[in-house]
Ligand binder design. Structure first.
Ligand SMILES: *Cc1c(COP(=O)(O)O)cnc(C)c1O
Length: 392
């Protein structure tokens, strides 16, 4: 029996069995299908009587390794690799919901998750209500007789508001609802929602898991029973993770802990610097004592994460000038990269929302989101300071 190991060791030492070539690092299994030993094995594998790879839409050694590792890191029983984060969000909901069901979702979810709830699901008779992160007292009242799932993100993007996972886990259990948590911002290194009662944990692996801005991927993790139903859905609809992306992502997980430590350390240093800056109105970071939910952040997160937001004095025009003045920091929509990234949500990622909708999720017109990278923090601060000066 395998002994219980620690997070970093699991992330590094969970590895697919060696081939007769005795490779140290796991090879890339670029094969669409797998050969059967005999007719009886083929029958038994198709009948799910014995485990084994059949076809890479169902499973592949590279995706299996990636998922086995993530299950250890998140503390879940089973999981599925998906082609993107959105394939994970969509499949985890579509597989478990049917016409007439209702989803209670946190208002500040990722933009494409809004499109699924607002535009795609109504076509199939699946409805939703939004609840606000800052009004926990309203959540229970929004649960209907046909509510089947709660879907949330914490910390939220880009407002960095937190949801108390212990409270939410109890609420879901009380009403017998499936709790689905998009844990992309925190990663399992900072927060493990299954510990608080989440049944499904969804990820965009594109962000901190890849960590170097290379590939798109996602994961759905959870209880054996729920994953079984989701696996039926993904096996027959085909949002599979490519073996190449799984190979990249599994390798990347080996360095997740050391990278997250540095992302979080750089982010905290930047947040503390900006808080003292005369041209900055407001800074938000979960591990700043000025964050309204600082105590909750300390309780459910190991560190504050890699994202810092701040409000530049002025407004939209100053925000745009700030971005145009950056010399090193990248202006791109990704996050969780080695390279620091800045974005102005009001004019880009959240421009499809109305001003009131943006206000409801904490996006003011001068809000800048920094996904703090792994460069020397002194160089990150220098670039931000000179761009703030140039934006005046
Ligand atoms: C990026 C992101 C997604 C979507 O993931 P993709 O890999 O881009 O499909 C979902 N949720 C959150 C919180 C994200 O940041």
């Amino acid at each position: 029996m395998e002994e219980k190991r620690n997070f970093d060791t699991d992330a590094i030492r969970t590895q697919h069995q060696r081939t007769p070539f005795r490779e140290h690092s796991v090879p890339l299994y670029l094969t669409s299908s797998f050969v059967f030993d005999d007719a009886e094995q083929a029958r038994a594998m198709f009948a799910d009587e014995i485990p084994g790879n059949i076809y890479s839409r169902y499973s592949n050694p590279n995706t299996n390794e990636f998922i086995e590792k993530l299950c250890k890191l998140e503390g879940t029983e089973d999981g599925i690799g998906t082609a993107s984060g959105m394939a994970a969000m969509y499949s985890s909901m579509a597989a478990l919901l049917k016409s007439g069901d209702h989803v209670l979702a946190c208002r500040s979810v990722f933009g494409s998750t809004h499109q699924i709830l607002n535009i795609i699901f109504p076509k199939f008779g699946i409805s939703h209500s939004y609840a606000d992160v800052n009004e926990p007292e309203t959540w229970e009242k929004k649960i209907q007789p046909n509510t089947r799932m709660i879907f949330v993100e914490t910390p939220s993007n880009p407002a960095l508001d937190l949801i108390d996972l212990e409270w939410l886990g109890k609420l879901a259990a009380k009403h017998n609802l499936i709790l689905n948590v998009d844990n992309c911002f925190a990663t399992p290194y900072l927060q493990q929602p299954a510990k608080w009662g989440a049944h499904i944990i969804t990820h965009s692996a594109t962000k901190f898991m890849d960590g170097q801005g290379r590939v798109i991927g996602g994961a759905i993790l959870g209880t054996k029973e729920l994953i079984k139903d989701i696996r039926f859905f993904t096996r027959h609809t085909g949002p599979s993770m490519s073996p190449f992306n799984a190979w990249i992502l599994s390798k990347s997980l080996e360095t997740l802990a050391v990278r997250m430590d540095r992302h979080c350390q750089n982010a905290l240093t930047l947040a503390e610097h900006l808080e003292k800056h005369p041209d900055v109105k407001k800074v938000k970071y979960p591990f700043l004592p000025s964050h309204p939910q600082y105590a909750l952040a300390k309780k459910q997160m190991k560190l504050g994460g890699g994202i810092v937001t701040f409000e530049i004095k002025g407004g939209v025009e100053q925000g745009r000038r700030f971005l145009n003045s950056l010399q090193m920091i990248s202006h791109t929509p990704n996050l969780g990269d080695t390279r620091t990234i800045a974005i102005h949500p009001a004019s880009t990622t959240h421009s499809k929302l109305s001003e009131e909708e943006r206000a409801a999720v904490g996006i003011t017109s001068g809000l800048i989101r920094i996904a703090v990278g792994l460069e020397d923090i002194a160089d990150i601060v220098t670039d931000i300071d000179q761009a703030i000066a140039a934006s005046r």
